[in-house]
Every structure is written in C-alpha cells, then in structure tokens.
Design a protein around this ligand. Sequence first.
Ligand code: AMP
Length: 228
Amino acid sequence: MGVRPLLLRAVIVGAPGSGKGTVSSRAVKHFALKHLSSGDLLREHMNKRTEIGIIAKTYIDQGRLIPDDIITQLMLSELKTVEQHHLLLDGFPRTVPQAEALEKMFSVNTVIDLDVPFETIQQRLTARWIHPASGRVYNLEFNPPKVPGSDDITGEPLVQRDDDKPETVMKRLKSYEAETKPVLEYYKRKGVLESFSGTETNKIWPHVHHFLQTKLPDVSQKEDATPS
Ligand code: AMP
C-alpha cells in the first residue's frame, strides 16, 4: 500500500509466425503498456528515408540483422522517451550483446517467450500466397482463394514470395533459433524467463494474459465500458 508498483520491463520473444504480433497487440489493449517494436521503428525510418533507414534497408533486404551498435543506439535513445512507463519490447534485444547493452540502462524483469513448435510455424508461414499483379494476399488457413492456386478476381495463378517458400522459411527459422537461443539462455540465467508453449495463439493468449495480470492491473474493462 502506497508503494509505487515496479515498472514492468518486459521483452516478448518468438519466432516469425509465432503469434508475437497478435499477443503484443492484445497485451497493449488490456494493459497500460508501451509497446516498442524494433522492426516497426526500422520500417518507420526506412519510410522516412532517414540515415538509419537507408543503412537498415541494406541489411534487411539481405535478410541480415542490423549491426548491434546501430540498433542498440536507436533503441536505447527511443527508450529514454518512455522510461516512466511499463514497457513491452518486441524484436529487441535479439543478440546477447544487445541484451547486455540494454541491461546497462535498466533491468529486464520479464521475458515472455512464445514457444511454438517448428512444424506449426512452418505451416503458418508457408500458407501465404499472393497474386503478384494486384498484391492480393491469401492465406490457405484463414482466407483461401475460391479456386486453389488462382486469384479470385482475375483467375491468374498465385505465387509464394521467396521469403515464404519452405526452404527459405526453414532458413529464417534456423537463423532465429541460432541468434535467439543464447538470448533466452541469458534471461533464463537471470531467472526472468517465462515460456508459453502451444500451437494456437488463442490458447496461448489466456495464459499470457493471466500472467500479466499478476504484474499489472487489467485496464481493458475501463476502456471497453460503455459510458452510462
Ligand atoms: P522484425 O519485424 O522484428 O522481424 O524486424 C525486421 C528486420 O529488422 C529483421 O529481419 C532485422 O533485419 C531487423 N531487426 C529488427 N530488430 C533487430 C534487432 N534487435 N537486431 C538486429 N536487427 C534487427
């Protein structure tokens, strides 16, 4: 009573296709958290063609990580603007040197690890097909084309992006494992790692929600309440 609650310094970790985006956006809806995504921040810089954006693009286009010193500087200066808030970091830190640099600014006290089996992620990531001329996107699970393999409007063939082809997806997942495992180990040693395992985001989310409720007040009721 009267004690200032500990500020949440959380990091969400999960492979591409693990449901990290969905879980983060739900967390932000339910809790008074600032969500800071390194990927979103880099994309913003690229759209604005800032110096960082131009450098970042050369790495991202090759599917490579941005060098630690560049991304760390960018994220730490961004973090200074939200220091007084509960935080959910997404996409950063991605390497142990980044985690160590972050630790000098503040101590991460919660790491939410979305642990989704490899095969599930591979299925999800390879389910996306596009119609190149229009950019229409289909998902074999959620919004399949009316005729398999053909665009609904033109009937033209659908293709997979290079990024979504099974062999490339496998490469991305392998490199995620290689770069992220040491970060998870780092946080495990610090005793702040919470792993949530499952194959469906809708089943994982209630556990993450419950866990966050033990740390923060759920504010979604207030927001959702219709004014009387
Ligand atoms: P994301 O949207 O998190 O997948 O990020 C998109 C791309 O931005 C990644 O594939 C990396 O090239 C780059 N990136 C984002 N966060 C980091 C980070 N913490 N360290 C290095 N590169 C990053």
